[in-house]
Design a protein around this ligand. Structure first.
Ligand code: DAH
Length: 347
């Protein structure tokens, strides 16, 4: 048989084997391998083109044409298989990634403000509207500011009112109340009149229980100027209570003792749960204690740089957590710093 006829027979086989092999291809990888083997540079049909020179002249055209035809048949079959393989792959992916639109959605966790922050913000916003300016004072204090300058000398029995966290540095403590900020605010501004609030964390070295924590917030109020009276103090506290708890709530100032104020008082608010009749929250008394207050002691005014014969002033200390506990019916102060999201999520 002539070379040309031999190649023509071979080409039939090449086409048949190529199509046969293609029929078993299932995926992308196998398809690529098939393409290299049957249409690549060293594929049998490609070899035929380089052998054309050996074919007798009269058959050369026919062999070349047939080789082209086989190549085209294989290419067409490849294209068809390619779209089948792609469609099957897509089908598989769709089945695997099936989406059940009837499943309940997953709710994102929204961040919220801590109840202490909410209470602090509300107190500061209302006092801000009443003309009080915020003053930041350090949490790490000296004993001098925390006690001595507030008219509480060393060894004075009144120090027992504040169990203190000391540091390894003598005389440096964690502030037990926001009152030392009074001295800082006064010294920075004397002899100008001031009206300021000092919010922030305070620390007590105490056994913790449902109503005692080793850290909590306070908001200190201070107003110094010529002719400030106890009436101004009471009016300010009353105005704040009305803004926060409504116009009908009553306030009571109960005589008390603090070394840095004279006279001093505890601030009681009429129980807003029972309206003063007596209930479990106010333990039957009808009143709730929300802080302390008084007229700034002349010695303290002087320590702040004001002449007590020319100036007078009032001060108060409020407990935002105490107010938040009353407002939201929180029964254990330890929940505030327990970091339990089930608690925090409720505000
Ligand atoms: N510093 C006091 C405390 O923590 C609270 C207080 C009472 C603050 C009377 C005042 C005040 O400014 O006048 O127990």
């Amino acid at each position: 048989m002539s070379e040309g006829n031999e190649i023509l027979t071979e080409l039939d086989g090449i086409q048949a084997r190529g199509l046969e092999a293609l029929a078993t291809v299932q995926d992308e990888a196998a398809l690529q391998a098939w393409k290299t083997a049957h249409l690549g540079r060293s594929a049998a049909v490609m070899q035929v083109f380089s052998r054309l020179g050996q074919v007798e002249k009269e058959l050369r055209g026919q062999v070349g044409q047939r080789a082209n035809q086989v190549k085209q048949v294989l290419e067409a079959a490849l294209a068809e298989k390619d779209s089948l393989v792609r469609a099957a792959a897509l089908e598989r992916r769709l089945a695997a990634e099936k989406l059940d639109v009837t499943l309940p959605g997953r709710k994102p966790d929204y961040g919220r403000l801590h109840p202490s922050t909410l209470a602090l913000d509300e107190i500061c916003r209302n006092l801000g509207e009443m003309g009080f300016q915020i003053y930041r004072s350090p949490e790490v204090e000296s004993e001098e500011y925390n006690f001595e300058l507030l008219n509480i000398p060393a060894h004075h029995p009144a120090r027992d009112m504040w169990d203190t966290f000391h540091t390894t540095q003598p005389g440096v403590i964690l502030r037990t109340h926001t009152s030392p900020g009074q001295i800082r605010a006064m010294r920075e501004n004397a002899p100008k009149p001031i009206r300021m609030i000092l919010p922030g964390m305070v620390y007590r070295y105490e056994q913790t229980d449902a109503s005692h924590e080793s850290q909590f917030n306070q908001v200190e109020l201070i107003a110094v100027g010529p002719g400030i009276t106890f009436g101004d103090l009471k009016g300010t506290i009353e105005d704040l209570a009305h803004r926060m708890f409504g116009p009908d709530v009553h306030i009571r100032l109960r005589p008390s003792y603090f070394p840095f104020t004279e006279p001093s008082a505890e601030i009681d608010m009429e129980c807003f749960i029972c309206g003063g009749k007596g209930c479990a929250v106010c333990k039957g008394g009808g009143w709730l204690e929300i802080g302390g207050c008084g007229m700034i002691h002349p010695v303290v005014l002087q320590n702040g740089g004001y002449d007590p014969t020319q100036f007078s002033g009032f001060a108060a200390g409020l407990g935002p957590e105490r107010i938040a506990m009353l407002k939201y019916h929180i029964e254990d102060i330890r929940l505030f710093w327990g970091n339990d999201v089930r608690f925090l999520e409720q505000f």
